[in-house]
Design a protein around this ligand. Structure first.
Ligand SMILES: Nc1ncnc2c1ncn2[C@@H]1O[C@H](COP(=O)(O)OP(=O)(O)O)[C@@H](O)[C@H]1O
Ligand SMILES: [Mg+2]
Length: 298
């Protein structure tokens, strides 16, 4: 996994000074875009998510890491209205999102992509872009998510879609069915489609999973570009090399709880974090997690 990640061309500029006070799970942020309190979700007897307090810093790239089954995807689902928690409140940009359905969450500027991509195979790449997240939420979204559609500016949507396809180097494939795309191209399409709604917070669930090494570098650059354009990124990723390289802040989940957070260099040498990865996460390069193996030497 980590060994396949090519060295990115650029060394990203890290955002620092994001938190207030002593670093600990739930630490306050100088300017949080997302604040979650007491968010929990159980499935039968299993507590999948039990987050006491989390603040996501605005304008930065935050990585959410943790072993398989830690509750990362479930937490994403809860925050974006794709699932309902048993308890808890959370605010995006100062407004409560509890009980707000997914399409309205997206309309407010918080969008997410899926661990398993949701591109519609029988639609073309361009159609996927134009329909945005319609498949996830039903008819209303089409009108509600794109403000310009209210004004009947359909050509505006097409222009925006083509511009994004150009930027994500998918323009040559615009008339191909999404089914014919590689795993990596689908990930790019999903990210491009998420940007159709001009979000302020982009949540990516394992953007690099299943992506051919040839495309990982461009995915990485695209994520860095989101930050450069002023967006906030929260992403789930197993590739510690990538996390260390692009994340400004790292949040670690295990068994539903936030067990650690902080800047990558601090978090990844934390013994609790290393413990959380042992056992269920042997395929990750622990040398990189612990910092024993310097970058580029794997
Ligand atoms: N719909 C569901 N029904 C029952 N159990 C679920 C469901 N979704 C997730 N789980 C369980 O919740 C736990 C957390 O899963 P998930 O959020 O997918 O973890 P992660 O994304 O960190 O790998 C796992 O034990 C998983 O089996
Ligand atoms: Mg997951």
């Amino acid at each position: 996994m980590s060994g396949n990640t090519p060295k990115p061309k650029t060394t990203p500029e890290k955002s620092t000074g994001l938190h207030v006070g002593e670093i600990a799970p739930g630490v306050k942020k100088v300017d949080p875009i997302l604040v979650a309190d007491g968010v929990s979700r159980s499935f039968g007897g299993l507590t999948a998510v039990d987050v006491e307090h989390l603040e996501v810093p605005r304008g930065a790239i935050t990585a959410l890491i943790g072993p398989n089954g830690a509750g990362k995807t479930t937490f994403f689902n809860l925050l974006t209205g794709f699932d309902t928690p048993d308890s808890g409140t959370w605010e995006f940009d100062g407004e409560s999102l509890a009980g707000i359905p997914a399409f309205k969450v997206a309309q407010r500027g918080q969008v997410r992509t899926f661990q398993l991509t949701k591109a519609l195979s029988l639609l073309t790449v361009l159609e996927n872009m134009k329909l945005g997240a319609k498949d996830q939420v039903g008819e209303k979204l089409w009108q509600s998510i794109f403000p310009f559609l209210w004004k009947g500016k359909e050509d505006e949507i097409e222009r925006k879609a083509l511009e994004l396809l150009e930027r994500f180097k998918l323009i040559k494939l615009k008339d191909d069915f999404a089914a014919s795309l590689s795993g990596g191209q689908r990930k790019l399409l999903e990210m491009a489609r998420a940007l159709m709604s001009e979000p302020t917070l982009v949540m990516l669930d394992e953007p690099m999973a299943g992506v051919n090494p040839a495309l990982t570098e461009s995915l990485l650059e695209h994520i860095l570009d989101l930050k450069k354009e002023g967006m906030t990124v929260l992403f789930v990723e197993h590739d510690m090399h990538m996390v260390r390289h692009i994340a400004d802040w790292v949040v670690v989940m295990a068994e539903g709880k936030i067990i650690a957070e902080g800047p990558p260099d601090v978090v990844m040498v934390n013994p609790d974090v290393v413990d959380a990865y042992l056992g269920s996460h042997q395929d990750t390069d622990l040398g990189v997690v612990t910092g024993r193996i310097p970058e580029g030497k794997q």
